[in-house]
Design a protein around this ligand. Structure first.
Ligand code: FES
Length: 164
C-alpha cells in the first residue's frame, strides 16, 4: 500500500497567493511607518541617548564627520571653539546642507541657503530657521551625540526628511 499525498495548485491559485504575499508586505511597511510615527524613537522625544559619532582623533580641527542621528542626516563639525553638531536637512525645503570650509559656512546648494557653523543660525538665503542643533559630549576619546536641543523643532523638519 502506498501512502502518497499530492497537492495540485492551479496557476490562478498560485497567482492569488503571490499577490496576497505582496499585499501583506506593503501593508506591513505601512503599519510600521504608522507605529514609528506614533511612537518615535527616544532621541526624537528629547530624551538623551548616547550615539558614538567618531573618535576625537578622526575629526581633527577644521574637519567634519557626517552621521545619522535619529534617522536624519547630521554633521559633526570640529570648530575652533569645539565640537558642534547639527541636523543637515535644510529648514527651507529639505535639501542636505554641507560644510563649505572656504567660506566657513554650512551651505545648502538648492537655493543658496547659508548657516553659521557654530550656531546653525541662518546667515542668508531662504531658510526660515536655523539648522537643528544636537547636543554632543566628548568622553573617553570619542564624540557622542546625545539629543536634539529642541525636539519640537525637529518634528517640523520631519515633514521634509521623513518621520523619525
Ligand atoms: S532647500 Fe535649502 S535653501 Fe532651499
Amino acid at each position: 500500500m502506498e501512502d502518497k499525498i499530492t497537492f495540485t495548485i492551479t496557476r490562478r491559485k498560485l497567482t492569488e497567493i503571490i499577490m496576497g504575499l505582496v499585499a501583506l508586505f506593503f501593508a506591513g511597511g505601512a503599519l510600521a511607518s504608522i507605529l514609528k510615527y506614533l511612537w518615535p524613537a527616544t532621541a526624537a522625544k528629547g530624551e538623551s541617548v548616547e550615539i558614538k559619532i567618531a573618535n576625537v582623533d578622526e575629526v581633527p580641527a577644521g574637519s567634519v564627520r557626517k552621521f545619522m542621528f535619529n534617522g536624519k542626516a547630521a554633521v559633526l563639525l570640529h570648530m575652533p571653539a569645539g565640537f558642534r553638531a547639527f541636523g543637515s536637512v535644510c529648514t527651507h525645503l529639505g535639501c542636505i546642507s554641507y560644510w563649505k570650509p572656504d567660506e566657513n559656512i554650512m551651505f545648502c546648494p538648492c537655493h543658496l541657503g547659508k548657516f553659521d557653523p557654530n550656531t546653525g543660525a541662518v546667515i542668508s538665503g531662504p531658510p526660515p530657521s536655523p539648522l537643528p542643533a544636537i547636543d554632543v559630549v566628548v568622553k573617553d576619546g570619542a564624540v557622542y551625540a546625545l539629543k536634539w536641543k529642541d525636539p519640537a523643532y525637529v518634528k517640523t523638519i520631519s515633514f521634509y526628511a521623513g518621520a523619525a
